[in-house]
Write a protein that binds this ligand. Sequence first.
Ligand code: SAM
Ligand code: ZN
Length: 281
Amino acid sequence: MQNNHAAERNLSDIQDLLACPACRGIFERKIDTLVCRACGNVYFIREGVLMLAVLGEAETKPSAHQGPTRESYQQEYQQLDAAAGYNLKYKQHVFKRWSTQREFRLLDRLLSSQPRSHTLLELPCGGGRLSSAMAKFTDLLIEADIAMGQVQYSQQHSRMETAQIWMTASALHIPFRDAVVDGVVCIRLCHHLHKPEEREQLVVELLRVARRFVIVTFFDYNSMKNIIRRMRQPIHRKRQKYTMTVSEVDAIARRHNARLEACPMLSWIGSGHRYALLVKS
Ligand SMILES: C[S@@+](CC[C@H](N)C(=O)[O-])C[C@H]1O[C@@H](n2cnc3c(N)ncnc32)[C@H](O)[C@@H]1O
Ligand SMILES: [Zn+2]
């Protein structure tokens, strides 16, 4: 467990890696704020959490999309009780518990294929469901999520021996300079972004801040789960999933100086999610 002293030391360790999420300017530290030297934006540090999230701008035009928008999804877990509900569901449902066990194994396999990290960014961390699977692969785990409720839940429930820092941050405007964290892990966000260009922007932004590798999940268009869903669509009329293909992810990686090294499915039948490991050249 970290005391305030350790939290302060961890923060000063990463202060030079941070950048203003609005303009990428560098920060000046005041007592409980970070002030951008370029645009003057002020970001607060509250109860040990760096508040660096930039919430999305409002939708400019209506779309055919039926699920939550990027903006409404960003608001979903701002409160601690909403975050607690989400995280308890994962602990109580037997299928979700099995899925979490498989995700632990996949993370173990992919992270152990890479050299140990000094700094690992988990974004979004949610309530810390998978954080302990990553902790042993890094000296410092930075746990970030756009929702303050999720970050607070994680702060309360996923304390470990590894040094930790908590922040609110958007994965589409990550508050770090280019290539300053060793690795970035982004689990179960991509399939919530309903525009293909946002899904691409996500992968590009993760690759921007990573020095060595990115692990990012996406819902595979060609997965069994999605093929069945598409076939049944005329009957049950569920909205289409927000998907990517393996070759799309591979192509984005290549355009940004990285290669897709592995892309295992979470499950061949039960899930359409893949864990992509992108390694920078
Ligand atoms: C399905 S949860 C996954 C959390 C965690 N990775 C896990 O697997 O348990 C998705 C998370 O994304 C967060 N989120 C939504 N939009 C975001 C954004 N633009 N940037 C960062 N986090 C975001 C939500 O607050 C939520 O905690
Ligand atoms: Zn700025």
